[in-house]
Write a protein of this length. Structure first.
Length: 331
C-alpha cells in the first residue's frame, strides 16, 4: 500500500526537500500550512503540485487533530517552528509557544489519531544543535548535556524531551533528529549563509557594495539540507525509535564562509566589502558546535554527501542567477 506522510513546516527548506524525497519514494504527501492566504502555500502549489495542502496551526490542537485525521498518515514529520534564533529574543513567548508547545500539540494529535483509529504512526521531531548552546563537551553527541543559550534553544529542548516522554510513556515510535546547521539555496534570507550568498551575488552584479555581519569568528557545523532530510526519513524506517545527532563533524567560521563565497565571484580580499555591525551580535553566543554523528552513520547508514565548499558555491551560483533575473526583470 502507498505510504502517507504529513509534514508540518512544509514551506521551509527542509519541508520542501523532504516532500521531494518522499514523493520520489512513492508516498502520498500532505503539508500543513497555517493561514488560507499564505503566499508560501501558493508557491508550494507551483513547485510541489503533488502535495495536498491542509490548513492547520501548531498553536491550535483542534486543527491538528483534524489535519491528522484527514491525512491518515503512516509518518508525521514535525518541522514547523519559528526557527530564526535572533528573532527568538525579540519574541520569546511566541517562539516558546510555537517551537516548544507546538510539539506537544502535534504529539497529542498523533496520539489521539492512534487511539481512535488503531493505526500506528511514526513521528519525527526536528530537534536542533542550538539545544547544546553552552557546550559541555566537544564534539556533541546524543548524550551531551543540553544547555541552551537562546529562547529558541530552550523551546527546542522542551520539544525534544516531550518527544522522548511520549515515546517512553505511550510507546510511540517517536524519534528526534538533533540536526546541526544545514543550508541550501532555499534557506531563508535572514540566515547568515543565505545572507552572505545573496549579498555576494549582488556585489558581483554591482547592486550593492557591502554586507553587514556580526561575529565573524563564530563557528558552525554546516551541512546540506538535502542530505539531512534523508536522515529524517531513515529514522522512521528503523524498527526502534531513538534520537540521533545529524552533522558533518566539521566546523567552519563565518570568515571561511566569506572566503569561499567571495572566491566564487573572483574576489580574494573581501575586507573592504564586509562591515561589522554590533546589532548582529547575539546577546548570548553559543560556543563551538560540532556534532558527532557516529550513531546515525552506524545505525542508519547515513552519510552527508555535499561538503562545505560545494555547498557555499552552490548557494552563491544560485543567487547570482536569481539576482540577475531579478535585476533584468526590474529594467
Amino acid at each position: 500500500m502507498t505510504k502517507r506522510a504529513l509534514i508540518t513546516g512544509i514551506t521551509g527548506q527542509d519541508g520542501m526537500y523532504l516532500a521531494e524525497l518522499l514523493h520520489e519514494k512513492g508516498y502520498d504527501v500532505f503539508g500543513l500550512v497555517a493561514g488560507q492566504n499564505n503566499p508560501k502555500a501558493d508557491l508550494l502549489r507551483v513547485t510541489h503540485p503533488y502535495v495536498e495542502i491542509i490548513s492547520g496551526n501548531l498553536l491550535d490542537l483542534v486543527s491538528l487533530i483534524r489535519a491528522v485525521a484527514h491525512a491518515k498518515p503512516d509518518e508525521v514529520y514535525n518541522l514547523g517552528a519559528i526557527s530564526f534564533v535572533a528573532y527568538s529574543w525579540e519574541n520569546a513567548r511566541l517562539t516558546s509557544d510555537v517551537t516548544g508547545g507546538g510539539v506537544l500539540n502535534i504529539l497529542e494529535a498523533v496520539r489521539f489519531f492512534q487511539d481512535s483509529s488503531g493505526r500506528d504512526v511514526r513521528f519525527y521531531q526536528a530537534s536542533s544543535s542550538e539545544m547544546f548552546g553552552k557546550v559541555q563537551e566537544v564534539p556533541q553527541t546524543e548524550k551531551t548535556l543540553l544547555w541552551p543559550r537562546s529562547p529558541y534553544g530552550v523551546a527546542k529542548v522542551y520539544g525534544h524531551y516531550m518527544t522522548i516522554n511520549y515515546r517512553e510513556s505511550y510507546g510511540m515510535h517517536a524519534s528526534s533528529g538533533v540536526l546541526f546547521n544545514h543550508e541550501s539555496p532555499r534557506r531563508g534570507p535572514e540566515f547568515v549563509t543565505r545572507k552572505v550568498s545573496q549579498a555576494v551575488a549582488r556585489i558581483t552584479l554591482g547592486l550593492q557594495d557591502q554586507i553587514a555581519l556580526g561575529n565573524l569568528d563564530a563557528k558552525r557545523d554546516w551541512g546540506f539540507a538535502g542530505d539531512y532530510v534523508e536522515a529524517m526519513w531513515l529514522m522512521l524506517q528503523h524498527d526502534h525509535a531513538d534520537d540521533y545527532v545529524i552533522s558533518t563533524g566539521e566546523t567552519h567560521s563565518i570568515r571561511e564562509l566569506l572566503d569561499i563565497a567571495f572566491d566564487e565571484i573572483g574576489i580574494s580580499d573581501w575586507s573592504e566589502r564586509v562591515h561589522i555591525d554590533p546589532a548582529f551580535m547575539r546577546p548570548a553566543e553559543v560556543d563551538e558546535l560540532i556534532g558527532d554523528s557516529t550513531k546515525a552513520r552506524e545505525t542508519l547508514g547515513w552519510r552527508p554527501k555535499v561538503g562545505f565548499d560545494e555547498l557555499v558555491r552552490m548557494m552563491v551560483r544560485h543567487d547570482v542567477d536569481d539576482q540577475s533575473k531579478r535585476a533584468a526583470g526590474a529594467q
